[in-house]
Ligand binder design. Structure first.
Ligand SMILES: Nc1ncnc2c1ncn2[C@@H]1O[C@H](COP(=O)(O)OP(=O)(O)OP(=O)(O)O)[C@@H](O)[C@H]1O
Ligand SMILES: [Mg+2]
Length: 301
């Protein structure tokens, strides 16, 4: 157990938490962050959270199989214009094949590079659409497994795209000490695709997503699932603060840019919000001029 975990554990014991030691004992690897700082921040967050009401989405069913498994209707996805593994060569499939290639090439060359955040300047530019397409496109590969995380906790749309009810997820790990990543990870009928939904809603969702606990969780995800690409459907950068904080730990950032909507100036402003060393790629989305069809993207890095 690392120094950080010991500190957190001490605090949790003092708060009469149960089972925390057992659960946290699994979290073997942690990061070099100032432990004093972590402890005080954790304490503050936990104290605030304990006071706040949680709108739990923990399902009524306690059946582990239904709670942790999602059957995805591929026909429905096809109708929504989403790439599916059984689909063969379609225009969208081809475009996401081009989009994913450089991301995959870089994913395992250094620590955390397998964490890929999909974001945009503003709302509605196509983040969730691109996140799901990218995840499914990668899951169609022979060699790669994908974990898709709905990190847009204020406006989660992955459940409606993939056709399931929001379940216990990311927020629940942050809110409830006894809930671990493996408790919320869902397998799907697409063998190489697993999911973590956004989970319960919470009045301090933004602070939680921007907390040190979240940053530690991101490092844990990168290490624990170091054989997978972990894709985060994230909130827009200019309308929320958490996207910028999440970006700190991401190996790769994909900015979705809606054609004829986002100006060059806005885009430069967004890019400046990220650290100079950030690896940023762009998806130019919903462009109608190229293809004489309604939407679709064009990509450059
Ligand atoms: N390339 C595309 N082809 C077809 N439809 C698209 C494409 N990109 C986005 N859309 C559609 O545009 C709408 C907005 O997309 P989406 O929900 O992915 O945006 P978002 O950036 O995630 O929005 P929010 O900021 O609200 O989370 C959806 O109806 C989606 O299906
Ligand atoms: Mg979205």
């Amino acid at each position: 157990m690392s120094i950080i975990e010991k500190a957190i554990s001490r605090f949790e014991k003092a708060a009469n938490s149960k089972k925390v030691d057992e659960v946290r004992a699994e979290r073997k690897q942690s990061v070099a962050i100032d432990p004093e700082n972590i402890v005080s921040q954790e304490r503050e967050v936990i104290q605030n959270l304990k006071k706040s009401p949680v709108n739990s989405v923990i399902p009524e069913s306690t059946n582990a199989e239904s709670r942790n498994y999602i059957a995805i209707d591929l026909n429905r996805l096809n109708q929504l214009g989403i790439v599916t593994p059984d689909q063969g060569k379609t225009q969208v499939a081809e475009q996401f094949r081009i989009i994913k290639r450089p991301l995959l090439t870089k994913a395992f060359i250094k620590k955390n590079n397998n964490l890929v955040m999909i974001t945009s300047a503003l709302a509605g530019e196509g983040k969730s659409f691109c996140a799901v397409n990218l995840a499914l496109s990668i899951a169609s590969e022979m060699d790669h497994r994908v974990l898709l995380i709905d990190a847009d906790v204020a406006r989660p749309t992955i459940p409606s795209i993939l056709g399931f009810q929001n379940k216990i997820g990311l927020m629940d790990i942050l809110i409830e000490d006894s809930i671990d990543v493996v408790d919320v990870l869902m397998k799907t009928s697409i063998e190489k695709l697993s999911l973590i939904s956004s989970g319960s809603t919470h009045p301090h969702a933004t602070e939680l997503l921007a907390s040190q606990t979240m940053l530690m969780l991101l490092d844990e995800l990168a290490q624990r699932y170091n054989d997978r690409i972990v894709i985060f459907d994230s909130p827009p950068v200019l309308l929320t603060s958490e996207a910028r904080v999440l970006a700190e730990r991401m190996g790769q950032i994909v900015l979705v840019v809606e054609a004829e909507q986002t100006t060059q100036q806005t885009l430069k402003h967004v890019i400046n919000q990220f650290g100079a060393s950030s690896d940023i790629s762009l998806i130019y989305n919903k462009d109608r001029t190229f293809l004489n069809t309604e939407y679709y993207g064009y990509y450059y890095s």
